[in-house]
Design a protein around this ligand. Sequence first.
Ligand SMILES: Cc1cc2nc3c(=O)[nH]c(=O)nc-3n(C[C@H](O)[C@H](O)[C@H](O)COP(=O)(O)OP(=O)(O)OC[C@H]3O[C@@H](n4cnc5c(N)ncnc54)[C@H](O)[C@@H]3O)c2cc1C
Length: 349
Amino acid sequence: LQPQADYSLRHHNSFGFDVRAEYFVCTQGTEQLRDAVQWARDHDCALHVLGDGSNTVFSSDVDGLVLKIGARQIDSEKLSAQAYRVIADAGVNWHALVEHCLATEQYGLENLAMIPGSAGAAPIQNIGAYGIELAQLLDSVEIFDTTSGQCRQLNAAQCQFSYRHSIFKTRAARNWIVTRIHLNLSAADKPCFHYAALQQSLQAANIQNPASKDVFDHVCKIRSSKLPDPKVLGNAGSFFKNPIVSAEKMAQLLARYPQIAHYPEAEGRAKIAAGWLIEQAGWKGYRRDAVGVHDNQALVLVNYGGGTGQQIATLANDIRVSIREKFDVELEQEPVLVPADNSPACTMR
Ligand SMILES: Cc1cc2nc3c(=O)[nH]c(=O)nc-3n(C[C@H](O)[C@H](O)[C@H](O)COP(=O)(O)OP(=O)(O)OC[C@H]3O[C@@H](n4cnc5c(N)ncnc54)[C@H](O)[C@@H]3O)c2cc1C
């Protein structure tokens, strides 16, 4: 195993930032993964695990070894007349997995179509879209612990999933590499289509009883019309999480901003549309240097070409401060900043 030195990550991040990894390796299988981890240890290198870089902001060159998992096997087991277990290697492209499952009549992933990235990264932030989160379909996650050199399997409860969060984003998991994910899918073609925008799209097409394929098609259609394609305009999708506030805070906000876009959460709390806040604060379409806020999607920060992760991080911070000042609401960044300014997790990897 010989990692490549001074390797460009330009095609390994959806912002298209032209940063370099001190060393880069793409592994196939557990033995190569073990070798790569040992190589980093022997060379006293920090290790950073990278999927497809669609939730990553590279703010500068990356010291140490950037490790990408290349293994792309998909296995499937029929558990009963109605239930499948699908097992995907971390390197499998997420959308390709959704397409594969639909084509083989293993249902459940349709709403998560066209989310960029790898299967291995899907549990990290518990990806979600159009009324479904990964947590609802996940059976377990296989990990490789770089400290012990052991493989382990975590069930869904152990993954501690919540909105765009899991144990994999905490210190407890800083030495874990996801190697495979196990999903519970169904043989029954009974899609979930309660999400308002999805329902409207299906109704507009006169589809009363959609099949999973209809849901897949309409999710793809809506996403293509709403979100910029990273191949054309660098971005990382939603840049901020939708903040969740207390019932009391929501009441205060509603008194001042009756139009505020929000959704009910457990225990009277509410989830506010971060895009609405950013748009109201006047950022939509804002451009500074080669980066900016998308013309139609206030939640999406973009690289017009030649921008840097530092510029994006500075712009994101200015947006965060302005939302705090105007609404007294804290925005939390969704993509991971690499190298992290304050997280020890990055250097451990
Ligand atoms: C246009 C666009 C639309 C998007 N829409 C959505 C959406 O609708 N819903 C949603 O939830 N997300 C969305 N995202 C965000 C992104 O697609 C997901 O977060 C995706 O899961 C990231 O996968 P990745 O392989 O690119 O992760 P990367 O950016 O490579 O990595 C993200 C984090 O996971 C870690 N990681 C990656 N692989 C592993 C592994 N095998 N083991 C341990 N750690 C690992 C990395 O170290 C990093 O901390 C969107 C992004 C874009 C660009």
